[in-house]
Design a protein around this ligand. Sequence first.
Ligand code: CA
Length: 254
Amino acid sequence: MTAADDRRIEVLVAEDEESFVEALIVGLEREGFGVTIARDGLEALRLFDARTPDLLLLDVMLPKMSGLDVCRAIRARSSVPIIMVTAKSTEIDTVVGLEVGADDYVAKPYRLRELVSRMRAVLRRAPRPLEPDARAPASAPPALPLAEPPALVLEVGEVRLDPERHECTVRGEEVQLPLKEFELLEALLLSAGRVVTRDALIDRVWGLDYVGDTKTLDVHVKRLRSRIEKDPSKPVLITTIRGLGYRFEAPRRH
Ligand code: CA
């Protein structure tokens, strides 16, 4: 239902697993994206230069040149949104730890819907040299992963948050949170167990009002920790993922 005059978003997918390639071509084209496939790292670089895609979906483990090296090479000359795809949780640490310059990551196996919403989120955040009406089709508004606050109570481990009543309970005790800290905690709880990037947190909690320096987020995280962590100097609920963002630790279920 994409209008004919909408410019199609072109995605370069660097992926060497055939089952993923086929599913991505079908799924992403159905969502209105144009898809180009690179099956190794060198081909990814070559096609990136040839096609100048709007977004890069980059598997970490690629033949000939790793996704990490491809990411570094492209980041050195372009600010194109890059989403890394990891197959193992150990790779997540590598992606996050090495600060290769990716905008986000997804871990295999992922749901197409989740991938698409992350793609739209990074595209929305990316500066785009296009007219406003040439962005995403009006019929498919960008869906941020952290879009709407749910009416439901959020409960993860020892923290319980009721957005409707603006109430927070930690280890059974009510905790008073200023608005920004409340919203910050809500954003982290909504993605409990996953890294939420600094940009995503700033977007959600401050949006266009974010005029402070880059330390504002860290200051609020520090204050939030002082209210909910047993030992704020050794946080175990909200952990820092260096170079990327923060994660609310979800207790293991098994
Ligand atoms: Ca691979």
